[in-house]
Write a protein that binds this ligand. Structure first.
Ligand code: ADP
Ligand code: MG
Length: 346
């Protein structure tokens, strides 16, 4: 059995800073700070443009705090761990988490349960990135599927009630929430004129602008290039967020089949619908992240309707080396591999 976890672990624990002066006005210099950090189990890359101090430490801390305060399944002090421990009862959560949950459950509803934040027990059963990745017995899956279903959770302001046995896992939106939190923080920092933040290559935030006015450009991974070469690039405006969900990030191979980490909540099995990856761009990190997962599960036809509702654009890459672009994506996507064919998503 071959196990693959592609998250640029080689950079793990490396903290580096590069500083370049970019003159714009006679008396104020915008500085460019480039940093690499590690948070949410992944590599964080940042490029910050500011007339003030480098904010690398504060930004890294913000992202780590979201993990420990809200999202962690293992840290029993996190709000999600507390909610899961109190399954069957009503728990009061912070205003922030209540706000995230409202968006998350709306997306679960709008995607007809293709995106389902109660799937956590099943992803752990597969143990795709753990010590013992394996195909579970059908009986084990059936047992856990009884506790899956976004309708098992009710929200009433800051009060959250999970049906007994049901659990919450915000894994599919965690990095997107991280991007939103950093974006909100930057809005309070007058010295900052622009930033690009990349969490693990799958969630990206573009904020403000570059001193020279040039576009923010984000590379999209070729889902089948083992060297990690890029498929193309997408132009982002300040205030936009990008997220990619693919079957190449976390998976194991068995009998020629790719068992990956995006599951169909109805069956508990990885989604095999011909898509290799979906990249979504919209004006919210949480939604870009949730939508990319939802669209991957739905497949292109049903995904298009959902994207329209959220005013989001997307790139779909399928196993036949087609790259489908939504109408608003055409002018901002640049293909970098001639082994792929660009088509219109319709
Ligand atoms: P990544 O976290 O690797 O960037 P995604 O954003 O697509 O990728 O999220 C995948 C994670 O979301 C899985 O590891 C799992 O915890 C969870 N997940 C898997 N399938 C679903 C689904 N259908 N709905 C909601 N969450 C899911
Ligand atoms: Mg996602």
């Amino acid at each position: 059995m071959k196990i693959k976890k592609k998250s640029a672990v080689m950079l793990c624990g490396v903290f580096c800073t590069a500083l370049t002066a970019v003159p714009v006005l006679a008396d104020i210099e915008v500085q460019k700070y480039t940093n690499t950090d590690f948070a949410m189990d992944t590599v964080v890359s940042e490029t910050l443009y500011t007339t003030g101090d480098d904010l690398n430490t504060a930004i890294g801390q913000k992202i780590r705090d979201i993990e420990t305060e809200y999202l962690s399944w293992t840290d029993e002090d996190s709000q999600i761990a507390k909610l899961n421990a109190a399954s069957g009862e009503t728990t009061e959560v912070s205003d922030e988490l209540a706000g995230y949950l409202e968006k998350i459950f709306q997306l679960a509803k709008d995607s007809n349960g293709a995106f389902d934040p109660t799937i956590g027990k099943i992803i752990r059963l597969w143990d795709i990135t753990g010590e013992n990745p394996h195909v579970p017995e059908q009986s084990e899956l059936d047992e856990l599927l009884k506790d899956v279903g976004y309708q098992k959770v009710s929200l009433d302001g800051d009060k959250v009630t999970l049906e007994k046995g049901a659990t919450l896992d915000l894994g599919a939106t965690g990095k997107g929430i991280g991007c939103d939190v950093v974006s909100d923080f930057l809005k309070t920092q007058e010295d900052v004129s622009g930033m690009i933040l990349n969490l693990g290559g799958s969630s990206v935030m573009a904020y403000g602008e570059k001193p020279d006015g040039s576009d923010w450009k984000v590379a999209v991974t070729d889902p089948r290039d083992v060297e990690g070469d890029y498929l193309g690039a997408i132009t982002l405006e300040g205030g936009e967020f990008l997220s990619t969900s693919g079957d190449y990030e976390k998976y194991f191979m068995e009998d020629g089949k790719r068992y990956h980490h995006i599951l169909d909540p109805k069956t508990g099995y990885p989604v095999w619908n011909g898509l290799d990856s979906v990249t979504v761009v919209c004006d919210s990190g949480l939604l870009a992240d949730g939508l990319s997962t939802a669209c991957f599960v739905l497949g292109m036809d049903d995904a298009l309707e959902l994207l329209e509702k959220y005013n989001a654009e997307a790139v779909f890459v399928d196993e036949d080396k087609n790259v489908y672009l939504t109408s608003g994506m055409k002018d901002r996507f640049e293909l970098m591999k001639n082994t792929y064919t660009v088509k219109e998503a319709e």
